[in-house]
Every structure is written in structure tokens, then in C-alpha cells.
Design a protein around this ligand. Sequence first.
Ligand code: SAM
Length: 257
Amino acid sequence: MSTVFPSSTFRPTSIRCSNDRQALFNRIAPVYDNLNDLLSLGQHRIWKRMAVSWTQAKMGDRVLDVCCGSADFIPHSSLHLSLQSPKSNLPLEELAAGVIGLDFSKEQLMVASSRSFTKNCFKNIEWVEGDALDLPFADNYFDAITMGYGLRNVVDKRKAMQEILRVLKPGSNVSILDFNKSNELLTSSITEWMIDNIVVPVASVYGLSDDYRYLKRSIREFLTGKELEKLALDVGFSTARHYEIGGGLMGCLVAKN
Ligand SMILES: C[S@@+](CC[C@H](N)C(=O)[O-])C[C@H]1O[C@@H](n2cnc3c(N)ncnc32)[C@H](O)[C@@H]1O
């Protein structure tokens, strides 16, 4: 049986930030999920599940997915939480205090809120239209935070990390999955070759080649694993560790408040 978020809510807040990036993510929203599956050959699901498990989220936790987009991370959070339960068929509201997905793209959130899932544990989810650089939540509010392919896209990475730290409870973890900006020439060449020869041509079928060309530049301008660890420690996280996954093409920063 499929459920279309019967108890999810949609909370808009005011946003002050990069209009061009917001427009880009609004444009690609209808095909974003399909392209992810196609371009990663389904591997992104494994990487997302690994990232969620590294938060060490457990039953009863309040979880935030920053830059949730079309909510591709939320099923993995929910699945992770349900697997922590001896009765994994419990509804999510009995497993988690709440899962919130935040994004500044209204179109992505529309896709998120219309997703249907086959398990009854995807309830008690709230969608918040908001800015990762000015999170509309109280200090020390969340037990676990995930962010997938979001940090690379925000205009101020330091501010985003400071905001995550502010709303994360002491002792809790954030797990940030993204492309790995590698120092290895071979790995970075493979990434760029794949973008030029696979990602952009496939995106062009959907009329989105220009939007996906932005990917190469954003990875070049992103931080290496060591730089991400340093950024996390600089803003005040107590520990930070970057893991290379997917043959070094992806990376996941796990940091503890
Ligand atoms: C590449 S998508 C990732 C979506 C999803 N997390 C996933 O893993 O598939 C990046 C998302 O970041 C969002 N985003 C970028 N900057 C943002 C900001 N300042 N505040 C909120 N969302 C932002 C975009 O709207 C987009 O949905």
C-alpha cells in the first residue's frame, strides 16, 4: 500500500539568498530523482544510507535533512530509524520525534511532499521552505542532521556549518554527503570526464545541459576532505572526519557537536 504523506505539513518561511541557484533547483526538480538514479546507477541510495547511519540517529530522535530537495534522503533516515526498532513496522511518529526536510526550492519541496512510499513509517514529516544559512529552528534542537549534495551548493559554507552546529544538540552528529573534491589527479579526471561525457549529455535529453554543466564548476570550487574537516573544527565541532566512498568519487563529512 502506498501512502502520500497523510500527516506531513508544509511550512514556508522567508528566504534571503542566491536567486540563481534557487531558480536552477526549481527548474531541475521534475527530473532530479530520475537523473540521480540514472547517473549513479542507483549507487546514491547506498551512499545516502551510509551517510544516515553515520549520524547514529536512533528511535525517538528529532532529525533534520538540510537542503532536502525532493526528499531523497528522508526514506533512508526513516528506514534507518525503523531498523533501530525491534518492531520495524511501527509508524514513524512512534520511532522518531519528527523528521524535518528543509529546502529553499518550492518546486523541490512540492516533489518531496507528493512522494509516495510503500511503508507506513513515512509519517510525521514536515517540509520547511527555508534557508540553510538562516535555519528557522531553536538552538540545540536536533538529535541528528543530514545534508546530501547541499553544502557544495550553498553560497556561504562556513555560515551553513555554523547554523548546523547551532541547531544540533551537544554530542549529536551531522553527516554531509557530497562529491569528493579529490587531490588525486586520476579521481578528479574521472569525475570531470563523467560529467562531460555522461552527465551533461544525459541531462541534455531533458533540456538541462547548461544546468548540469554547473556541476563541474561547483565541484572545482568545493572543499577537499581535509578542508571540510578543518572548516568543521574551525566553526566549533568537537570532532570531524571525512570518509571517501564510491571509489573516491563521493565523500562524507561526519562531525560531532
Ligand atoms: C543537489 S540538491 C540535493 C537534494 C537532496 N539532498 C539529495 O541528496 O538528492 C541541492 C539542494 O540544495 C538546495 N539548496 C541550495 N542552497 C540552499 C539554501 N541556501 N537553503 C536551502 N536549500 C538550499 C537546493 O534547492 C537543492 O534542492
